[in-house]
Design a protein around this ligand. Structure first.
Ligand code: CAA
Length: 379
């Protein structure tokens, strides 16, 4: 067993940390306040070759592994979680299904612009009545000659406004008395396709979260992604990878909160001594360090299993569940250590606490992760 990062992973970590500290962190507070999407950062990430990081070089990617992807998500999220989630969704929800299930022609047409950063990646599964019960999809896809006509609504879709196309699920028929769900690649500028960017969120203010409305949207039949009727399974497989991204985001936010709490505790004096000298705070900070270490190891293990081509559904659910729950706890404790100042925006930790909450909900709630783990252990 070897816990060291490879030379390539170390290089990616150095590059992205330097980029995140110089280019991403400085504007994070202001972007959160003004709800400004970090467009320029994504132009620069494309220049750095990060937008197609784990995808094959023949489609413009960098051919890196999932551990490298997790490192990039962690480092971006440590600086700005809105940037982290945009990147994570771009790769693991936007690019991944095309990479995993697309034909060569589809990859040339749709994966290449994702790798170059010309389009952000987005994925449409969730609907107003199909959240945790993702199979409750009501969007329909009806074949008409050489076309498929799609009608329905998707909600909470990351990157919708900056995606030139979205992979989405729709009911394409019935099989053995059950809904048959297929996936399609749909251009966002198609007639009848509306992207609404109107949510008022608790956190992740600089990320783009949208509703998609499809009214008689016609796409050629060849826009079917993967096999007909396999859309639901394909998207569950995609989510396994996405959950590694959310785990990595949680580690990044928790790391940032820990670093700020540690440094504040040594600077702040009360009762005639630094508050870091009180055992109550030492134990809090020790627990934070412990839980971040465990969460990061779980994220890396799930990523490693994926890279080995081995099953990783259980480990992805475990790392997402554990990392997001400790992130919520650590960010809340970081606010607590900062006292009244922690409640103020300029100390950053209140933003971390708000951003952290989404990680227990998005890409499968903590309850869904427990369902996935329970099924994986044979229940
Ligand atoms: N990989 C491959 N196949 C899988 C799988 C996986 N991880 N998990 C299940 N399957 C297969 C099953 O074997 C089963 O196959 P058969 O029909 O051949 O037996 C099929 O898929 C259906 O599985 P289940 O019966 O387990 O399905 P279910 O309806 O009970 O749902 C669930 C299971 C775990 C609750 C699932 O619905 C789920 O993960 N829900 C949460 C969805 C989620 O994470 N949504 C957030 C999406 S993020 C988003 O849309 C917005 C954004 O931009 C961020």
């Amino acid at each position: 067993m070897n816990f060291d990062l490879t030379t390539e992973q170390q290089m990616i970590k150095r590059t992205i940390r330097e980029f995140a500290e110089e280019e991403v962190a400085p504007g994070a507070l202001e972007r959160d306040r003004s709800k400004t999407f970090p467009k320029e950062i994504f132009r620069k990430l494309a220049e750095l070759g990060m937008m197609g990081l784990p995808f094959p070089e023949e489609y413009g990617g960098a051919g890196a592994d999932t551990i490298s992807f997790a490192i990039v998500v962690e480092e971006l999220s440590r600086a700005c979680a809105s940037t982290g989630i945009t990147y994570s969704a771009h790769i693991s929800l936007g690019g991944a299904p095309i990479h995993l299930f697309g034909t060569k022609e589809q990859k040339e047409k749709y994966l290449v612009p994702i790798c170059t950063g010309e389009s952000l990646g987005a994925f449409g599964l969730t609907e107003p009545n199909a959240g945790s019960d993702a199979g409750g999809t009501q969007t329909t896809a009806v074949e008409e000659g050489d076309y498929v006509v799609i009608n329905g609504n998707k909600c909470f879709i990351t990157n919708g406004s900056y995606a030139k196309f979205v992979s989405l699920t729709a009911v394409s028929g019935q099989k053995d008395g059950k809904k048959e769900i297929s996936a399609y690649i749909v251009p966002t500028d198609a007639e009848g396709f509306t992207v609404i960017d109107n949510y008022e969120k608790m956190g992740l203010h600089a990320s783009n979260t949208t509703e998609l409305v499809l009214e008689n949207v016609k796409v050629p039949k060849e826009n079917l992604l993967g096999k007909k009727g396999e859309g639901f399974k394909q998207f569950l497989m995609t989510l396994d990878g996405g959950r590694i991204g959310i785990g990595a985001m949680a580690v990044g936010i928790a790391q940032a909160a820990f670093e700020r709490a540690l440094s504040y505790s040594t600077e702040r004096s009360q009762f005639g001594r630094s508050i870091s000298q009180f055992q109550v705070n030492q134990f809090k900070l020790a627990d934070m360090a412990l839980k971040i270490e465990l969460a990061r190891n779980m994220v890396y293990k799930a990523a490693w299993l994926k890279d080995q081509g081995r099953p990783f559904t259980k480990e992805a659910a475990m790392c997402k569940l554990y990392a997001s729950e400790v992130c919520a706890e650590i960010t809340s404790q970081a606010v607590q250590i900062h006292g009244g100042y922690g409640y103020m925006k300029e100390y950053h930790v209140e933003r971390f606490m708000r951003d952290a909450k989404l990680l227990e909900i998005g890409e499968g709630t903590s309850e869904v992760q427990r369902m996935v783990i329970a099924r994986q252990i044979g229940l």
